[in-house]
Design a protein around this ligand. Structure first.
Ligand SMILES: NC(=O)c1ccc[n+]([C@@H]2O[C@H](COP(=O)([O-])OP(=O)(O)OC[C@H]3O[C@@H](n4cnc5c(N)ncnc54)[C@H](O)[C@@H]3O)[C@@H](O)[C@H]2O)c1
Length: 333
């Protein structure tokens, strides 16, 4: 399978590795800056280099486009490819706002080109194990999770609203939102209450957020987002599930199933390495890419697809509005 990658930064390198690990070919790199383009092409032995997606589309034929560029480029680059019927995997957040997400969804539906949104935690072994255990937990009443960087945060375009759309919530919180939703069985969001602000650095996006999402299945999710936080309950991203008949959590990944007779909990450990050597391992991205490549081959609709990207974006938008107005925001779909 011939795949082009837009961007030659941090995540593009992980995706290039994942394509190769899955037997695919990174046929082209699309990157604005010539030096980065050349270095990336050399590192991953890529034959073709282009400055823009339009240029690549005009020059040659490939099977799919993977987008790992700054958020403001997600929609225009995806639209250019989707309009020609080319399959796309776009990084999270899907776009700058839900209007852009809808445009991308429409382009995918009209051309029939698969559109996947890289909500990578859905492919993590610990998340998948916890999802398999859900029947033991009964109905999930609430979840608690976070996407947080302690004592650091990104710089550059990530911290400019015009280029990123949002800050720690759009960058890290969205992982926790999607993981909670995935573990709840993908309910629809009903309403959101949030307090979001910028307290640790001087930029025009948020570095701190507390978000409460009410889902249409009655569950509630409490989510923290942050950069430069002085503390986090674990490493970068995790989620806990509080069910009617038990508790489950990620990292360390385990269940606690109370025994009503003894009033003690039976602890069921997943048995995965903890702490991991890497919190975001290449294996997670390899599994994600393997799934995307299968969808491309079968022209199948991916999950996470545009619906997940759009719903997560609606939650992010509602959270910003709630924080601005101080009110609970109902989500219209
Ligand atoms: N899923 C994850 O775990 C994960 C991790 C990191 C980043 N991301 C997402 O991936 C995306 C990229 O993040 P990153 O950390 O790789 O950023 P980055 O800054 O390291 O890389 C972005 C690249 O895009 C290039 N670029 C800028 N303008 C361009 C243009 N017009 N055309 C082509 N390339 C252009 C930059 O020069 C840079 O090489 C973001 O949306 C981010 O949210 C996801």
């Amino acid at each position: 399978m011939k795949i082009a990658i837009a961007g030659a930064g941090y995540i593009a390198a992980i995706h290039a590795g994942a394509i190769k690990n899955n037997g695919g070919e990174v046929t082209a790199v699309i990157e604005k800056f010539a030096d980065k383009r050349a270095e990336f092409a050399r590192r991953f032995r890529i034959q073709q280099q282009y400055e823009s997606v339009e240029e690549a589309l005009a020059a040659f034929t490939f099977d799919a486009l993977v987008i790992g560029t700054p958020n403001f480029l997600h929609a225009p680059q995806a639209l250019a490819a989707l309009h020609t019927g080319l399959a796309v995997m776009v990084e999270k957040p899907m776009a700058m706002n839900s209007a852009e997400c809808r445009e991308m969804a429409e382009a995918s539906q009209v051309s029939g080109a698969p559109l996947m949104v890289a909500h990578c935690w859905r492919f993590d072994q610990d998340v998948l194990w916890l999802k398999e255990q859900l029947p033991r937990l009964g109905k999930i009443i609430r979840t608690k999770g976070y996407g947080v960087h302690t004592n650091w945060g990104p710089g550059g375009w990530f911290t400019q609203k015009q280029l990123a759309g949002g800050g720690a919530l759009a960058d890290m919180g969205i992982h926790a939102i999607d993981t909670a939703r995935c573990l709840l069985g993908d309910p629809r969001p009903a309403s959101v209450f949030a307090r979001i602000g910028t307290f640790y650095k001087d930029f025009d996006v948020d570095d701190t957020g507390v978000i409460i999402v009410n889902w249409d299945n009655g569950a509630t999710s409490y989510i923290e987002s942050g950069w430069w936080q002085p503390h986090c309950d674990g490493l970068e991203a995790a989620t806990q599930l509080y069910g009617e008949s038990g508790f489950g959590q990620l990292f360390p990944t385990l269940l606690e199933i109370p025994n009503p007779q003894t009033k003690q909990a039976e602890v069921v450990k997943a048995g995965f390495e903890f702490p991991r050597q890497e919190h975001c391992p290449q294996s997670m991205y390899d599994a994600q890419m393997s799934y995307f490549m299968q969808c491309v081959e079968r022209r199948a609709t991916p999950l996470p697809g545009w619906q997940e990207g759009l719903l997560n974006m609606k939650i992010v938008e509602a959270a910003y509005e709630s924080s601005r107005t101080g009110k609970v925001v109902d989500i219209e779909l």
